[in-house]
Design a protein around this ligand. Structure first.
Ligand SMILES: [Fe+2]
Ligand SMILES: [Fe+2]
Length: 176
């Protein structure tokens, strides 16, 4: 019986691309409100998710498995208030953490040690993503209607550059 791991990883490629599209939608929401730091933050998050998808594609290529790039559902593009997109982003990151953990379990059940080791980086990444998005949501809630305080916070964070863990797996075509 062929293993489920390649199929499940292909499915995760689609979810990473979906996360990327959702972050573009959130970035555009803030861009339209002239909140350039929030917009830049989510444009960058979008690129990170796109890179995650292509790291998984590279893994499948290296493992000589079939790669199926899927279509994805439309992201949410309208939001009740300026807190909602960050709350959605945090929820999305928590879901991805659970998805990666489930993938680890599939690899473990199938004694796919190479696959399990590949996912170790993503577990580290998810820990950081949930922590930083949770912090951003706290700042947004504290700022209430004054989103300029959130803009200042992001400037002081230095644009979030280099906030991914080291030793990132290679991405197909090269990471941006
Ligand atoms: Fe991701
Ligand atoms: Fe993420």
């Amino acid at each position: 019986m062929p293993g489920r791991f390649p199929d499940e990883l292909n499915a995760q490629v689609g979810r990473e691309f979906a996360a990327s599209q959702q972050y573009v939608a959130i970035a555009v929401h803030y861009d339209a409100e002239t909140l350039p730091q929030l917009a830049a933050h989510f444009y960058r998050q979008s690129i990170e998710e796109r890179n995650h998808a292509l790291m998984m594609v590279q893994y499948l290529l290296d493992a000589d498995e079939e790669v199926r790039i899927p279509g994805i559902d439309a992201p949410q593009t309208s939001f009740a208030d300026d807190r909602a997109p960050v709350a959605l982003a945090l929820e999305q990151e928590k879901q991805v953490t659970a998805q990666i953990a489930a993938l680890v379990q599939v690899a473990r059940d199938e004694h796919d040690h190479v696959g399990e080791q590949f996912l170790g980086w993503f577990l580290d990444e998810q820990r950081e993503e949930v922590a930083s998005m949770s912090a951003l949501l706290s700042v947004v809630e504290r700022a209430q209607d004054n989103l300029l305080l959130v803009e200042d916070y992001l400037v002081r964070q230095g644009g979030g550059a280099g906030d991914e863990p080291g030793n990132a797996p290679p991405a197909a075509g090269g990471a941006f």
